[in-house]
Design a protein around this ligand. Structure first.
Ligand SMILES: Cc1ncc(COP(=O)(O)O)c(C=O)c1O
Length: 436
């Protein structure tokens, strides 16, 4: 595949304006106009745009390889299986995992539910003695944080309800900073699972993974990292982070929808009972019972999302070629530009702690104007942002708002995009006749 950056060696530590302009040409959708204005896409936290090579990759799979993977005895099926498994290797390497530690799911939500349902099955006695370490019951505790996306909250609420375990959470302060000072008392001998985000989808702040992993290790709890907003934007090495499980979505990292992944430490995955059962995940089946394949096949029942996995691998290659360090520093630069600009606009409150490490995301509250009105006004200027609670109602409640307006960047976002957003935000209150 041709180098997406147009040069084979990475010469610069940070992306330059010119490189970003070149990269943008790879993304057909970014050339669109909205309502006669150039599209300023600042909703990558919700879903990213896709480069041409990813779109081509999915189509190429169907044109060259499409067949049933892990099933057929014919040559085409063997090739399809190879392409599918190569994709797994590429994506697992991208996050520092081994190939057999990466389970395909349809998205991060499914990855987190897979875990919760597998633990629920273990709690019901499925999976034999090896699965006993995942069994929960009354007296056990699951700990999350108050800033989680609902995808990393509700599956744990349901698991607690099904097993009688107690769900606890590490709160945030009034600015949305995690109260790590309280975590030591909350994560205790009863804690069996500690599940938390790497980067918050609302504020863009980066959590102290090392501190949280250390707390969990001290009490022998399993750690689950929601890496939905980190894997696309930061270099992530899951082994260096030291978590037991990690979930992420393909569509937020230039890949197609319908594909995500669950990383799990090999020995854990192989001891866990399956969530979905059926074809492709068994060794022997009788009319009474079945024996299951080792991970990852044990968790991949039924026909898989092959073209999506292949295209996600292309996306991971693209990101790696640009360089995750360089993407992260570009987005930090955009984040600073956004924060500085917003600070100078009257009536705007930027949600989140002042001096926290952030990726290029800003959630704002515009005094006197409902976020949906803000969103519509920005849309009329061609600026696409997300409004609402961003699937994080508890965090918004803790911040004292019901909803916010979120702008989120990616490697293809220009400083001009950020300036267009700032310009539009500066016009909101005047347009609605609020403030001076
Ligand atoms: C932090 C975080 N976790 C989980 C999710 C859920 O991702 P998906 O809808 O792709 O399953 C999102 C999506 O916005 C997210 O930002």
């Amino acid at each position: 595949m041709e180098s997406p950056t147009g040069h084979s060696t990475i010469e610069h530590q940070r992306l330059t304006d010119a490189e970003v302009a070149r990269l943008r040409a790879d993304f057909p959708l970014l050339g669109r106009a909205m309502g006669g204005k150039p599209l300023v896409y600042l909703d990558s936290g919700a879903t990213s745009q896709k480069p041409r090579c990813v779109l081509d990759s999915e189509q190429h799979y169907y044109e060259r390889f499409n067949a049933a993977v892990h099933r057929g005895a014919h040559s085409l099926a063997v090739e399809a299986t190879e392409v599918f498994e190569d994709a797994r290797t590429t994506v697992s390497r991208f996050v520092g995992a081994d190939t057999d530690e990466l389970v395909w799911t349809s998205n991060a939500t499914e990855a987190l539910n897979l875990l919760a349902y597998s633990f629920s099955n273990a709690s019901a006695g499925l999976g034999g003695p090896a699965a006993g370490r995942f069994a929960l019951g009354p007296g056990d505790e699951i700990v999350v944080t108050e800033l989680e996306h609902h995808a990393n909250l509700i599956p744990w609420q349901e698991l607690a309800r099904r097993t009688g375990a107690r769900l606890r959470y590490i709160p945030v302060d009034a600015h949305g900073a995690l109260r790590l000072d309280l975590a030591e008392d909350i994560v205790g001998p009863r804690t069996r699972i500690l599940a938390f985000a790497h980067v918050t989808n609302v504020l863009g702040t980066v959590l102290d993974v090392a501190a949280l992993v250390a707390l969990a290790r001290r009490v022998g709890a399993l750690t689950v990292l929601d890496a939905c907003q980190s894997v696309p934007h930061l270099p992530v090495d899951v082994k260096a982070l030291g978590v037991d499980f990690m979930a992420f979505s393909g569509h937020k990292m230039l890949g197609p929808t319908g594909i995500g992944a669950l990383y799990g430490r090999r020995e854990l995955l192989n001891a866990m009972p399956p969530f979905l059962t059926g074809g492709s995940m068994i060794t022997t089946v009788t009319m009474e019972s079945a024996e299951y394949l080792p991970a990852p096949a044990r968790f991949e029942a039924g026909t898989q999302r092959v073209s999506q996995a292949v295209a996600l691998a292309t996306a991971a290659d693209y990101l790696a070629e640009v360089g995750m360090d360089r993407i992260a520093s570009w987005e930090r630069n955009l984040g600073r530009r956004m924060a500085d600009g917003l600070a100078s606009i009257p009536g705007i409150r930027v949600l989140g702690p002042d001096r926290a490490e952030r990726i290029g995301t800003a959630a704002i509250d515009v005094e006197g104007v409902h976020p949906h009105d803000v969103g519509q006004f920005l849309d009329s200027r061609g600026v696409a942002v997300r409004v609402g609670h961003h699937c994080a109602q508890p965090l918004h409640r803790a911040l004292g708002v019901t909803a916010s307006t979120r702008a989120s960047t990616y490697l293809y976002t220009t400083e001009g995009d950020v300036d267009a957003f700032l310009d539009a935000v500066a016009g909101v209150r005047g347009f609605f006749g609020v403030g001076a």
